[in-house]
Design a protein around this ligand. Sequence first.
Ligand SMILES: Cc1ncc(COP(=O)(O)O)c(C=O)c1O
Length: 350
Amino acid sequence: MTLSTQALRTQIAGVPRIPLAHLPTPLELLPRFSQAVSVNGPRIWIKRDDCTGLLFGGNKARHNEFLIADALAKGADLVVWGAGVQSNNCRQTAAACAKVGLDIHLVLGRGKPATAPDAVQGNLLLDHIVGASIEIVEESIGPMLDQKIAEVAERFRARGRKVYLWDRPVVLPLAAVSYALCMAEIVEQSSANGFEPAAVYVSSSGSTGAGVALGAKALGVPYPVKSIAPMIWPWDSRQELSATANQAAELIGVETRLTPDDILFIGDYLGPGYGQPSDAGIEAMTLLARTEGLLVEHVYTAKALSGLIDHIRAGQFRADQDVVFVHTGGTPAIFAEAEMLAARIPRRVF
Ligand SMILES: Cc1ncc(COP(=O)(O)O)c(C=O)c1O
């Protein structure tokens, strides 16, 4: 059974939520970018989740509407969260905590021993400004860092704090719920603009992609939703995304279930690795900026956009079709890599 967008919204309304994001985010046509990518290609639309409004925007404003509501419902007085030093997730979660008056302690994984003081730039600078307490550790993002975060949480519990923890089994399905809602917005906004997309592209190897895939299946959309990986986990992402989507489906009480085959997970645009810019990503970043005055960053969105560009240039879409790219934010991260990016961005001289 497929649901209308209104029925999906009604189901989601049963999950505790606080307002944090500017919603619905705009869906905008990119006419000059579309032409620059391919004169015979589809019209490219961008879903502006970089405009969610919470401390420079991004996908975690949507996630946090449900996660911080859960933290408050569970009586937490401290959020213990963690990811990489330049984590967009931590920046937006710290901002959400500031907005509701919750303390937050961030465990940020540098991925290596310190050789110099960590540069307080980009997301890390914003974490400090919004008042997060910050601990930088040697672990890399993944199971080792998750373990470290859990240990730190124990330390706080022993001191009597009521901790809400970055704990994947709790966090991922709740965050995914918020992206089922984003898919509902895409369906409504594309219809209002007189088209049905030929495909939706998003940067994700976690709850964002799981949520969009759940929304697409619950709403019965006939077109593919493609998650382009910013990183490859040690575990099977198609398996994890479908499991996360199914847990989210249970949370909102819909019958929809996904199998790993429902997850179109593409790992081809990672370039040299997580966090390291790819040549195609730099091209995507400069092309979008120079045709539309819009920014994608090197870690997530530029790589996903490079995947869409590649698919268009390979002739996967016709000129009379429309595709939607979900911009998940992350733009403050460029300032932490100013020198490296400045060296890679081609200069124009007139
Ligand atoms: C800008 C940006 N896009 C996409 C993602 C992927 O989100 P998810 O972990 O939900 O797949 C992230 C995750 O941190 C992000 O910061």
